[in-house]
Design a protein around this ligand. Structure first.
Ligand SMILES: [Zn+2]
Length: 180
């Protein structure tokens, strides 16, 4: 199911300048939340507190029987990890193709999208739904859409107000220089 070394690789991955900048903006009160399709836990690792992970998080395991959650780090994955409450085999807490998205995070992400004044869309192709509908939802509620993307996406000529054709880390480094 998972490539050899998958967990080793994701446990070792470190946040880049974009992750760190988003965490700083939140700390300064300039950013309310991060909505991510990534499952690598790097926003939390960088210090972001309000993170809606609409495709789940590969650093967590969960029990399908009682919904208890665990950190991957607490298990030796040489044998199948088991729930400490009911002993069922735990499942990785991220979304596989065709599965339901995490309801709580998705609901919160939609709410945040309808309430925000500005949405920064970073490196999204705009083709994976329902994630791709969130900037459209924000725009419908009069948010300004800032898009950071090295190449244009489906958003660029439709809903984007400000297009910054850079990689996430470069763009966010410039933005924080001017804000904080
Ligand atoms: Zn259980």
């Amino acid at each position: 199911m998972l490539r050899d070394g998958f967990y080793e690789t994701t446990l070792k991955a470190v946040p880049n300048a974009a992750h760190i900048t988003l965490a700083k903006l939140e700390k300064e009160g300039l950013l309310q939340s991060v909505i991510t399709q990534n499952i690598d836990n790097l926003h939390t690792k960088a210090g972001s507190k309000t993170v809606y992970e609409i495709h789940g998080n590969a650093q967590r395991l969960f029990c399908m029987k009682d919904n208890s959650k665990y950190s991957v780090k607490d298990f030796n994955l040489k044998t199948a990890p088991r729930c400490k409450i009911c002993n069922a085999i735990l499942k990785p807490d991220f979304v596989f193709f065709g599965e339901m998205l995490p309801e709580h995070d998705l609901t919160m992400a939609i709410k945040a999208s309808t309430l925000c004044e500005v949405m920064i869309v970073i490196g999204s192709t705009g083709t994976v739904y329902p994630a791709a509908s969130l900037p459209i939802e924000a725009k419908r509620h009069n948010a300004t859409i800032i898009e950071i993307n090295p190449t244009p996406s489906t958003f660029t000529n439709s809903i984007t107000d400000i297009f910054i054709p850079l990689k996430a880390a470069e763009a966010m480094t410039e933005i924080i220089k001017n804000l904080v």
